[in-house]
Ligand binder design. Structure first.
Ligand code: ADE
Length: 240
């Protein structure tokens, strides 16, 4: 997969050189380039923003540097252009899977009050444009959102996570939150690991874990229950 990120703070994205994503880049599983939007300005001050038409607080990112940058990174294909924004559609694990199938992703990090809307209209000719929000809160810019999205997508690429089994049992893989986990010692500060996990009875362990997933989801994220595939629930699930 190829990923290009355009930002006025390329240093923000340095974290993508670390850990599993850094290793995936070194191993050639992922080609990721971060571009400085200011390199695509033509004036002496390398200006990327201006005041908003219609008035109002803050500044808006100018269209010209964005068009230059996007033309530069586009390549021959039709990439997905992800524009992080609190006004976008919600990022989910399902979207991460969808994006992991793409050949080329471009992330456009807005700052200030956002990017001139005409950039998105213009880009729609040669990109699949997707404004995407991490959640219902406001960040200062797209960079932190890009760190999260790139990590969520890249770890789904073949070979990035050493043991692919761990992708199957994690939160959101089946629409539920994941079950709690424990390691040695079995007794710690008078707190015991649930007895069933020491029993060696795989059927009981599987049932216990599934019950915990359902219990946690009901308690912490009841909003997820409405989206569950009812067909995927069995009689024992419904008894919880
Ligand atoms: N930029 C600012 N806030 C954001 C959010 N909630 N999600 C994605 N990008 C953002």
């Amino acid at each position: 997969m190829r990923i290009d990120v355009v930002s006025i703070f390329p240093e923000y994205l340095a974290a993508l050189e670390l850990s599993l994503i850094g290793k995936a880049r070194q191993d050639g599983l992922l080609s990721l380039t971060v571009h400085n939007l200011r390199d695509f300005t033509v004036d002496r001050h390398r200006t990327v923003d201006d005041t908003p038409y219609g008035g109002g607080a803050g500044m808006v990112m100018k269209p010209e540097p964005w068009a230059q940058a996007l033309e530069d990174v586009r390549g021959d294909s039709r990439p997905v252009l992800i524009v992080p924004s609190p006004a976008g559609e919600r990022f989910t694990q399902a979207m991460a899977h969808e994006l992991a199938e793409e050949e080329h992703l471009v992330f456009a990090c807005g700052r200030y009050e956002g990017i001139d809307e005409r950039v998105l209209d213009w880009a729609a000719d040669s990109f699949d444009v997707r404004p995407v929000s991490l959640g219902d809160y406001v960040l200062n810019g797209g960079e932190v959102a890009v760190l999260a999205m790139v990590e969520a997508v890249a770890r789904l690429l073949p070979g990035v996570v050493g043991n692919p089994e761990s992708l199957i049992e994690e939160s959101h893989a089946d629409g539920l939150l994941e079950y709690p986990v424990y390691t040695k010692p079995s007794s710690w500060r008078e707190l015991e690991v649930p007895e069933v996990l020491l029993s060696g009875n795989h059927a009981r362990i599987a049932r216990y874990r599934r019950d915990e997933q359902l219990r946690r989801t009901v308690l912490r994220r009841p909003d997820l229950l409405g989206k569950l595939d009812v067909e995927a629930l069995n009689a024992a699930d419904l008894a919880v």
